[in-house]
Structure formats: C-alpha cells, structure tokens
Design a protein around this ligand. Structure first.
Ligand code: KIV
Ligand code: ZN
Length: 518
C-alpha cells in the first residue's frame, strides 16, 4: 500500500492561531513528541516572522539529531529572497531540511493583496523556487488560495515550480472553501495534467471553515495526494486545520476504503494531544473525534449493553489504539530518582541533573499527598518545569485563607531576580484573586492584564494534579505561564508568576529591538 506522508504544521499554522503562541522550550517539547509520533515532516515555524520563530526553528533543527526517529524539519518562507535566505539559515543544522515557499494564485489575492500580474507571479515562483533549491534539494511550493484560483493559471504556476526544482506541490484550501468532490477533482487534475507520472509529491492543506478539512484531505488522498498537512487537535488559523489524529485514524480504520497508509505510531496520539493542548491553552472539546474525553465513552444504556455483549457493536477503534486507555505506568512515593528519570526518558523527556532534581522534588510532593502519580500527571509536572527553570521571580511561600465566613486573604513571599525576599498580603474576591493581588503588591505593580485563565486536571480524581495556564498582556506584548500542583491555588500562583516573568522577558526583548531600530 502506498505511504502518505504526514506533514505536521502544529508549530507553524497551528501556532499562528490566536492565543496559541508557544515559547521555544514548549515548541521543542511538541516537536519531540511529534518525532515519537512518527510524523514524516515537522513544519517547525516561519523563521522570517520574528526572532523567536527563527530561534525555535533553529533549536528544533539542532535537537532533531538526538531523536530516534528523525523527521524532515521544514521552515516556511514567503516567495522573497529575505524569507528564503532566513529559512535556509534557521535550517542549516537540520539533519534533513525542507524549505516551503508560497505565493498566492487566486485573482482576489493577486488584485487586492499582491498587486501582481500572472506573468509576474510565474516569474517570481520560478526565481524563488530556484533560490530555495540552491540551499536544499527538498523544496515545497504552495500556491496560496489554490482552491479559489483559476485552474489553467494554477497549473501554469505549478509547472513553473516543478521546472525550478520543487519536489512537493502543496495545494492549500486556504480559506476552507472547497468541498470533497471539488478537491478530489482539483488534485486529480494536477496529478494527470501537471505531475504526469513524475516523481513529485502532491500534498493537501485544508482549513476547517466549513468543517470539511478532514473530508477534503481524505478526498485528496483518494485522488492521489501522498502528503497530508495537518495539526494536532486540528488547531490553526480561524477554524483550524485538518486534525492529524482524525486523518490518521480514518486512513487506518478504513484501510478498506483509502488507498494509502501512514507510518504514525497511533498509541502516541493521546500524549501528543495533551501536550499541544497544555502548551497552547487550546482545550480539546469532550466530543472531539479521537482525542475528546467522551470519544470512547458509552453512556446510553443500550450502547453499554451492546458493549458488554461485544465491543464491536458500538466501537470502531479502541481507546488504547490512540494511547488514551490508561495513564500508563504508575509511580508512587517510594519510587526513587533513578526510576523516575528512566521512566521519563522512556516518555521522551531526557532531563539534565538540575531539571531532574526539580521534577523529582515536585513528584515527591505530589506522591506524598496522593500516593500514586501517573504518566499524565508526570507530563504536567515536566511541562511546569520548562517555565520554572527560566523564571526570575520565584515563589517561596503562599498562605491562603478563605471560606464561607472569611474574607479571602493571601500572603506571599517572593524572591526578586536579585535574590532579595519580599513579603506581601492582600484580600481578593476569592483565594485565587487574593493570591494574584498579593503577588502584584510584592512586585509593586500589576505587570499585565489577565487575558486567559485555564484550570485543568491532569488525570481523574479529586486529588489529581491540576495544571493552570495564565496569559497576560501589556503594551502590545503577551506571554503565558503554566503552574502544576495538587493545590490549585498554588498552581495558579506559580502560573501567574511564570506569566509575569515571561512577559517581562518579552517586553525587554521588544524594547531592545525598538532601541536598535530607533
Ligand atoms: O493556508 C495556507 O494557504 C497556508 C500556506 C502558507 C500553505 O498555510
Ligand atoms: Zn494554512
């Protein structure tokens, strides 16, 4: 059966979605999980978009050398010299690199956005694909808004890209406008009239504005596409991109219907979904296909009865096929540092000694309170670590009182970046509010406006580890922090402080860039 390449763009198109931005260390954690998942290509970012994007792509390109499965690392570039050269620099150390360059081909984009003629677009595509090929033979070209482009012109541009050396032609449904029948015909036309048997891969890239992204991608595969571009949990611009887990499980579950398979390790899907959700703050709805909390739950009596008699009555896939059945190995309060470290390594987290110490300390705290800690809680603890290890202000102590007959009050002790201790107390509308206000008093100002506050339990049970994500905004900059604890108020205070530290760093970087530009 032919192989469909899975091109994951969670770190590029996914991260572009409002509120989904990630730090470099968070992107690296996602990329590492994508490698465990077995994706063929990781689109790690858009290096020319910002120094942070450049750093993320470069960091992932270097880190990929250490992974067991090494995907191609791809960087996006508009069809201009600066973007392509910047992408090439960011990817220079990747074990295997791809440059993905794009230019719109629809009349509406040419007239209102680019102000370019057909001839100019053809020429630019030829020149820029050639430039990209001078850095790597692995070049992908996308005619943006392909599904609303005039077919004859689209074909001409794709011919130009092939002549200049592109080896993958990606056909974006940029605005999520097409239907499965139309997209099938579009891909089949490109297969028969443009590619004509040559060794060129056709890729699908579908957005979900009409809820058709996965159906369109699968129609593309039936028409001959051999690469699907998708994101974990379907995150992405506006309504998102085709969801990786849905595409992969549809191809696997309906292998009788689709003419191709993927090389994805489906048992890693659940973890990938949790990591992306945690780091982007984009919650997975309970009824989301494949990875939602209810995706494998059977509530109705008639369904439960059928399931007890034979699982196939109501189940087309098993939860453990996608790594959702259990929380994995359970460690307890007697587990040692070495056992924890080797278990984390088996989950893909290779920690330095100091990070391992920090994780072990928090693991012991949690295990003392609730006896056993499962993989989902360990992942949450590791996610919290990436924030803690780089923070400047530190939480030394938090004491809270609240209740039905008490005014919520919190006292905090923080260590400043210079190592000095500060103590402050504050009242609030509730214990969370009081803790955050006390932190503001310690810092002598409110560093940013709170724009996001999410609380999640990492596992089942009233005493499960809770994860809190907080995003702050100030002066056009935004940043987020993540805190993990069995005590949700402590997790909130840690998340709030991590977000403050991140925002202070972002603001300092912006000021430095503005200073250079002035
Ligand atoms: O949706 C789109 O058109 C894109 C391109 C950059 C491929 O994301
Ligand atoms: Zn897109």
């Amino acid at each position: 059966m032919p192989h469909v390449r899975i091109f994951d763009t969670t770190l590029r198109d996914g991260e572009q979605a409002p509120g989904c931005s990630m730090t470099v260390s968070e992107k690296l954690a996602v990329a590492r999980q994508l490698s465990r998942l077995g994706v063929d290509i990781i689109e790690a970012g858009f290096p020319a978009a910002s120094p942070g994007d450049f750093e993320a792509v470069q960091t992932i390109a270097q880190a990929a050398h250490q992974w067991t499965h090494v995907p191609v690392i791809c960087g996006l570039a508009r069809a201009n010299t600066r973007d392509i050269e910047t992408a090439a620099r960011a990817l220079a150390l990747a074990p295997s690199a791809r440059i993905h360059t794009f230019l719109a081909t629809s009349a509406v984009h040419l007239t209102h956005k680019l102000n370019m003629s057909h001839a100019q677009v053809r020429q630019r595509v030829g020149e820029m694909v050639s430039l990209a090929v001078s850095f790597t033979p692995n070049v992908q070209f996308s005619p943006e808004d392909a599904t609303r482009s005039e077919t004859a012109f689209l074909h001409e541009v794709l011919h130009e890209a092939i002549e200049a050396g592109a080896t993958t032609l990606n056909i974006p449904d940029t605005v999520g406008y097409t239907t499965p029948e139309e997209y099938f015909a579009l891909i089949a036309g490109i297969r028969d009239e443009v590619v004509r048997g040559r060794d060129i891969v056709i890729a699908t890239h579908c957005h979900d504005d009409l809820g058709l992204a996965v159906a369109n991608s699968l129609a593309g595969v039936r028409a001959g596409a051999r690469q699907v571009e998708c994101t974990i949990n379907g995150i992405g611009e506006r309504a998102g991109n085709a969801a990786l887990e849905e595409v992969v499980m549809a191809l696997r579950t309906r292998a009788d219907h689709f003419p191709a398979t993927t090389r994805i390790r489906t048992t890693e899907i659940g973890r990938a979904s949790r990591i992306v959700s945690r780091h982007t703050g984009m919650r997975v709805p309970a009824n989301k296909a494949i990875v939602g909390a209810n995706a494998f739950a059977h509530e109705a009596g008639i369904h439960q009865d059928g399931m007890l008699k034979h699982r196939d009555t109501y189940e087309i896939m098993r939860a453990d096929d996608v790594g959702l059945e259990s929380g994995g190995l359970v460690l307890g309060k007697h587990s040692g540092r070495a056992a924890l470290r080797s278990h984390l390594a088996s989950l893909g987290h290779v920690l330095s000694d100091s990070d391992c110490d920090a994780v072990f300390a928090r693991f012991k705290e949690v295990a003392d309170r609730k006896k056993v800690v499962d993989d989902r809680e360990l992942e949450a603890i590791v996610a919290g670590l990436s924030e803690r290890s780089v923070q400047a202000w530190r939480l030394e102590l938090l004491q809270v009182s609240s209740g039905t007959h008490a005014i919520p009050t919190a006292t905090v002790k923080l260590t400043t970046p210079d190592g000095v201790s500060r103590v402050a107390a504050a009242e609030g509308d509730g214990p969370v509010d009081a803790a955050c206000r006390a932190i503001d008093v310690c810092m002598e100002e409110q560093v940013g406006e709170l724009v996001e506050f999410h609380v999640d339990a990492a596992a089942e049970g009233i005493n499960a580890v809770g994860g809190v994500r907080i995003a702050l905004r100030a002066d056009g900059c935004s940043a987020h922090g993540y805190g993990v604890h069995t005590d949700i108020i402590v997790a909130t205070a840690e998340a709030y402080l991590a977000a403050i530290n991140a925002l202070l760093r972002v603001k300092a970087r912006h000021e430095a860039i503005e200073g250079v530009a002035a």
